[in-house]
Design a binder for this molecule. Structure first.
Ligand SMILES: [Zn+2]
Length: 416
């Protein structure tokens, strides 16, 4: 008789925040008792996730016979008694249902069960995925170090709940070159407990002047490894996962599909940025993109600027339709997103100096700080919803707020 291994799987429900808020509003106004939406299943580590992007209020009673016999559905209500409701609903053995019932007197109290082919299991974690605005998670962030003196300057600014959310977060950084390293080191310094880093480049000699965390002997090492070693030296307790493949490769895509509370892109590749945009839309995850650019004007002066865009799931736009490439250049983008690694590159190979006058760690550092601050503002509920800020560094520096509502129909987030 061989050894038996047991696979522990937990179930997690992830609901798009705007869909959730609208459904709760409709139910609270007593137009209806329930809202129902289709489930997409996703596996992330040892979690099996039920992802729900749309919820429709149901007037009158729910009739499961109206749905496909193999439909997997979420039923959301504001009352108690999942088991009584299940016996009333009488799902078919072939239907998988998740029931989420919230106490109308106290939103903190809720019950969530999964009806899986005739068996009932409790769902322990519910994420209303946005940067910390709403959460029914039973897993309170507990990663906060007990060293209160250490955080005595940060805590008064972000509050104890904010600090717990920041430090309990899992953040994925895509691209750990000049900008991504700044972002990752700021997050680590703020006490973020779990960092996931992905980049397929190796350290080149010119990186040693523009990336703060690199030791001089790291040329030739994958960037993620060089950064991870430095971060781990400074914070041995940091929970780090790294991937040295491209975000567009099968291995990279698998790495990115692990649940994060935030995905940050600091990449030159438009295709990698949009592949992450599609993933954050599908998995209902906040997406922060930070980018910098330096151009030399005809009169010889420098134009230094950059953008930080924090796009919340369920808001009206993604990285493609909010400040992304114009529709007429998207053909090359789709090609690049779908191109196998060994496939031909379209168009001429471009050198960095074809499009930019240089790179500055000072500009990158300012933009990384701006982007991380935008996330902290959202986590601590200083701001709500998506935001796009542009920093223009000139004789009179300025920060301009752009519209975070998408422009035109979008094939990634589906706005029309
Ligand atoms: Zn979009």
């Amino acid at each position: 008789m061989g050894l038996q291994t047991k696979n522990f799987t937990s179930d997690r429900l992830v609901i798009q925040p705007v869909a959730f808020e609208n459904a709760i509003r409709a139910i609270a106004l007593e137009d209806c008792r329930f809202a129902v939406g289709p489930i997409r299943w996703h596996r992330s580590g040892h979690y099996r996730e039920a992802i729900v992007s749309h919820l429709a209020p149901v007037v009158g009673t729910i009739n499961l016979a109206d749905h496909e016999p193999r439909a997997d559905l979420l039923v959301l209500g504001m009352e108690s008694g999942c088991r009584a409701l299940l016996s009333h609903l009488q799902p078919l053995p072939s239907q998988n249902l998740v029931l989420l019932l919230i106490d109308p007197e106290n939103y903190e109290r809720w019950e969530c069960v999964l009806w899986d082919q005739g068996t009932i299991a409790s769902v322990d974690e519910v994420m209303i995925s946005t940067s910390g605005i709403l959460s029914l998670s039973s897993n309170e962030p507990n990663a906060r170090p007990s060293d209160t003196e250490k955080w005595s300057r940060l805590e008064p600014i972000v509050g104890s709940e904010g600090l717990a959310k920041i430090q309990g977060a899992t953040v994925t950084v895509v691209g750990v070159s000049r900008l991504g390293t700044e972002v990752a080191s700021l997050l680590s310094t703020l006490g973020v407990q779990r960092l996931r880093l992905i980049d397929n480049d190796v350290v080149e000699p010119q990186n040693l002047s523009g990336i703060r965390m690199l030791p001089v002997n790291s040329a030739g090492t994958p960037k993620v490894r060089a950064l991870a070693m430095q971060l781990q030296t400074l914070r041995p307790e940091l929970d780090l996962s790294i991937c040295d493949q491209s975000a567009l490769s099968p291995g990279g895509r698998d790495f990115l599909r692990h649940r994060s509370d935030l995905i940050v892109t600091c990449v030159d590749s438009m295709a990698a940025r949009q592949a992450v945009a599609r993933m954050t839309h599908d998995l209902i995850t906040p997406h922060l993109d930070v980018a910098s650019e330096i151009q030399r004007r005809r009169d010889g002066t420098l134009e230094m600027f950059g953008d930080a865009r924090l796009l919340q799931p369920g808001d009206d736009g993604c990285m493609l339709c909010v400040g992304g490439p114009e529709a007429n250049v998207r053909g090359d983008l789709w090609y690049e997103m779908g191109r196998p690694e060994s496939g031909l590159i379209r168009g001429p190979r471009r050198e960095w100096s074809d499009t930019r006058a240089g790179s500055s760690i000072l500009l990158n550092s300012m933009l990384a700080g701006m982007g991380v601050q935008m996330w902290i503002d959202a986590v601590t509920e200083q701001t709500r919803g998506s935001r796009w800020l542009r920093l223009n560094w000139s004789a009179t520096p300025e920060i301009i707020e752009g519209s975070s509502v998408g422009n035109g129909p979008c094939p990634i987030c589906g706005r029309d």
